[in-house]
Write a protein that binds this ligand. Structure first.
Ligand code: GLA
Length: 387
């Protein structure tokens, strides 16, 4: 939606006032490879997308936070004194969680009117939640002149989701949404938070995102279950507390230590995380060398591991990937994000995109009964002030 149209909507909802309306934007993200590694202190390789979340925000001087969205019929008016409580309108808990973090840092907020407008399909694995969190964090930091460093804003947004929303997510999404650079993928070490912006020189290839339109039912609880299983794997692999994270263990060491894991399911979870870390390292090398065929192969291997060892794909994502791999010129295809539904990311020769959407679309509909969606993403910079 145009910014002027959004401003009109804001004024229709909240009325005119002499206070300035500020506009902020945070992108969505697509993870190219490195799935379910972040909360294990591993490597990830996401990039930010040109579609994201706008936030229009105005100070009121009143004792109330008023939240609205153009996306669905949900609104929440919260007295400042009740801000630390979880709200019954689930969507409101993302911005509220971030505000809670600001207050815990000792920043006193005053009344606000906030209108969100999201372009990211909800629950599709493209980080609509992190986008709402980061746009809130960047906006509050600016308009209250809080002077908080960007990395701390990222950590506060992750905490908001962990503590307020109740999903024990890692830091990848907030980091990508907060710090990504256009035309680059972000190679992030989630243990040290060291990162490098790797140029995304795709030449004749391009990325296509395919949405299964399968909603991720119970995804949050299954996600938390995987986090728990990884903690269990680390405990088996690490009786002497030598390793801080599962990602401190490389493939060779894992071969020696895996005999200590008595449960097959837990062994599979560990094998995914440790092999996926290795695939991220190899992907960065391949991207740097302009070897997109090898990068694509690694994407396919990542999907296989997420399907067989981590068990977070499901029939819809599997059909979307297997149909994609049947098309000539598709170098790589894999699920992206948490899984259990949502999107795949595909790397293909640019001449193949029409054939891809038509053939994969038809086969997917036939096999699942669901109408897929396709996006041709541009990469983007992290969250920022628009005007
Ligand atoms: C979700 C989480 C991230 C990450 C991915 C899986 O997007 O928010 O922290 O764990 O799933 O890689």
């Amino acid at each position: 939606m145009e910014i002027n149209t959004l401003k009109e909507k804001f004024l229709n909802i909240f009325g005119r006032d002499s206070e300035k309306i500020y506009v902020f934007f945070a992108p969505g993200r697509v993870n190219l490879i490195g799935e379910h590694t972040d909360y294990n202190g591993g490597y990830v390789l996401p990039c930010a997308l040109s579609f994201g979340t706008y936030l229009l925000i105005r100070k009121t001087g009143k004792d109330e936070i008023r939240l609205r969205t153009t996306n669905f019929d949900a609104k929440a008016d919260i007295p400042l004194k009740d801000m630390q409580e979880k709200h019954t309108v689930q969507w409101a808990n993302y911005p509220l969680g971030v505000m809670d973090q600001f207050m815990k840092t000792g920043i006193s907020l005053t009344g606000l009117e906030m209108l969100f407008s999201g372009e990211i399909p909800y629950g599709a694995g493209l980080s609509s939640s992190a986008s709402v969190e980061m746009v809130t964090a960047v906006a509050l930091n600016d308009i209250f002149a809080a002077g908080i460093d960007r990395i701390d804003l990222i950590k506060m947004s992750q905490k908001a989701e962990n503590e307020f929303v109740g999903v024990n997510c890692g830091i990848m999404d907030q980091f990508a949404v907060g710090k990504a650079k256009k035309d680059h993928a972000m190679f992030l070490d989630c243990n040290t938070l060291d990162y490098e912006q790797v140029p995304l020189n795709l030449g004749d290839y391009r990325l296509v995102i395919a949405n299964t339109n399968k909603k991720r039912g119970l995804a949050d609880s299954k996600y938390n279950e995987r986090v728990q299983e990884c903690a269990q794997a680390l405990a088996y692999l690490n009786p002497d507390n030598k390793f801080k994270n599962m990602s401190d263990i490389d493939l060779q060491l894992f071969d020696e230590l895996k005999k200590n894991i008595p449960e097959q399911r837990i062994l599979q979870r560990a094998r995914h995380v440790i092999s996926e870390n290795n695939r991220v390292l190899k992907s960065v090398e391949a991207l740097r060398a302009g070897d997109l065929e090898s990068f694509g192969m690694l994407m396919k291997m990542s999907h296989d591991s997420l399907r067989d060892d981590y068990e977070v794909t499901g029939p819809e994502l599997d059909v979307m990937v297997s149909e994609a791999c049947k098309i000539d010129g598709v170098a790589g295809a894999r699920m992206t994000g948490a899984g259990f539904g949502g999107c795949t990311v595909n790397l293909m020769h640019r001449d193949q995109t029409n054939e891809f959407t038509s053939r994969v679309g038809t086969a997917y509909l036939k096999k699942t009964g669901l109408e897929p969606g396709f996006y041709f993403p541009e990469t983007a910079d992290g969250a920022h002030h628009v005007c």
